[in-house]
Ligand binder design. Structure first.
Ligand code: PLP
Length: 496
């Protein structure tokens, strides 16, 4: 049976998995949701004997039902290879009684790699299946992390090109260095004189330009997006929750059927939604603890049932979670509204018109598995400090938000269920904040000096992703005004 995907905003014709991956967003602006969430057809015991790649196949085959076994295995093997610095791909580390699921062993040492390593392969396979002859041009605006992870994923993937726009003066020096040193003949990195919103707006305009799309089509190109709302990013994230549970079971750390809690540092709500999908598939998960930083829209939402983005935007030390509109929450809203697209559409219209919406008591009840918490900057830094002092294990700022929230949750509820905590970035990616949390004296040091110091303290060698950019030559130096973005795109494709 083919699993089909519906839009969250209208009762338009459902599409296949490969069509949903190709389109990214539905024409009505909705997100694609599978008509039902499939159940695992192997026991967790059986899965506990499998590698990451084998587990990935067992999960993805149930969602991407129009891919052949060969196609899917080919995508998986190309994605989860030696780009990752450990065979486990997503290893579990126990510290202070919590299982940290390290999702940062890929090319850019953050969790976006888990999905962006496979998305390019899913995309070109989907293009082939749907007789798309054009080359796929990925267009992305980035505030830092997504851009690099997308570049790394798409670099040298045949049949694709990728163009990334970033605010020239709006990303960290390390983030900029990571992007402008990107190898691959099909990669283009462009700084714009403007902020992230300008970059994002420019990209949206290019996507919406019908005349340009026609010219592109004649030249053999079409645009696509690597945005986190693509179902081709969500499903690969379900895999590591299944894998984590199975590993713990296999190691005897869990008994058959024993429930766990999952804690996730949350921004766009993709990662924690994947954990919810894993639960629906049959992984024994009790609570899904959604951790926010001081941008605590989601905490307030789970407390009150009101989503309200009308508030001050706070810049924190966990920038990948500095988000006021969590796009993937729409999928949960739709599901808990009983797959009622009209109801969801009304709420989303209210979000764009007034910046807020309120869900019903019935929907809140269906979200009871979620628990919202947040951590202040101070609590986050303290958590990094204390965990290091107690165990020697060093976590990044995003992971620390989750760790702080978990502690507060356990204290408030007395619930000491074993917990898997999604560790979303390597501490080497946010070295300065991490080292300052351990001791203020480190603030006087230079960026790479801090990297070496962290390596000593953590007793972990410097990741390849960091080592490489120390000496790598700059390969991209284009800078343009926001008005010139379209011209730059055409030039990059050799079609002025
Ligand atoms: C993107 C990101 C998050 C947030 O994940 P969502 O799926 O958007 O909720 C958390 N931590 C890091 C390091 C990230 O890059």
């Amino acid at each position: 049976m083919n699993l089909l995907y519906k839009s969250t905003r209208s009762n338009s014709e459902p599409v296949t998995a490969s069509q949903a991956i190709l389109k990214g967003l539905a024409d009505d602006g909705g997100l694609y949701v599978p008509c039902n969430i499939p159940k695992l057809d192997k026991s967790l015991r059986e899965l506990s004997k499998m590698t990451y790649q084998e587990t990935a196949y067992e999960v993805m085959k149930l969602f991407f039902t129009d891919f052949t076994q060969e196609e899917l295995k080919d995508c998986i093997n190309k994605a989860y290879d030696t780009k990752f610095d450990t065979e486990a791909i997503a290893p579990l580390v126990t510290a202070d009684g919590t299982y940290y699921l390290e999702l940062f062993h890929g090319a850019t040492i953050a969790f976006k790699d888990m999905a962006l390593s496979i998305l390019p392969h899913l995309l070109i396979t989907s293009a082939k299946k749907n007789q798309v002859k054009n080359e796929i041009v990925i267009l992305t605006a980035t505030s830092g992390d997504t851009g690099k992870a997308a570049l790394a994923g798409f670099a040298d993937v045949k049949g694709t090109r990728i163009i990334v726009f970033y605010p020239k003066n709006g990303v960290s020096p390390i983030q900029e260095k990571q992007m402008v040193t990107q190898k691959g003949d099909n990669t283009f990195v462009v700084g714009i004189t403007g902020n992230f919103d300008d970059a994002q707006t420019g990209v949206k305009q290019i996507f919406g330009d019908k005349a340009l799309a026609e010219v592109m089509d004649k030249a053999g190109f079409q645009f696509s997006s690597a945005n986190s709302i693509n179902i081709g990013r969500l499903v690969p994230q379900v895999v590591y929750y299944v894998y984590a549970y199975a590993q713990l079971l296999g190691e005897g750390k869990l008994a058959d059927g024993e429930q766990i809690n999952v804690t996730v540092p949350t921004g766009n709500f993709g990662n924690i939604l994947a954990a919810y999908f894993a639960k629906q598939m049959g992984v024994p998960i009790a609570k899904l603890i959604c951790a926010s930083n001081e941008n605590k829209v989601l905490y307030d939402f789970f407390e009150t049932g009101v989503y309200d983005k009308n508030r001050e935007f706070v810049l924190t030390s966990s920038p990948s979670m500095d988000i006021l509109i969590s796009s993937n929450l729409e999928r949960l809203v739709y599901i808990t509204a009983g797959a009622d697209a009209a109801k969801n559409d009304m709420l989303m219209k209210s979000l764009s018109a007034e910046g807020r919406y309120e869900i019903t008591a019935d929907m809140r009840e269906k979200m009871a598995d979620f628990y919202g918490g947040y951590a202040t900057e101070q609590e986050t830094a303290q958590t990094i400090h204390d965990l290091y002092e107690k165990t020697g294990y060093i976590i990044d700022t995003h992971t620390a938000v989750a760790s702080a929230v978990l502690k507060k949750y356990q204290k408030a509820t007395g619930d000491n269920t074993k917990t898997v905590l999604a560790s979303t970035a390597s501490p080497f990616k946010f070295t300065r904040s991490v080292m300052n949390a351990i001791d203020a004296k480190y603030d006087a040091m230079g960026d790479f000096e801090l990297v070496d110091e962290l390596s000593k303290l953590a007793n972990v060698s410097v990741p390849k992703a960091i080592e490489e950019i120390r000496t790598a030559p700059v390969l991209h130096d284009t800078v343009c005004d926001k008005e010139e973005m379209k011209t730059v795109v055409m030039k990059s494709l050799g079609m002025e």
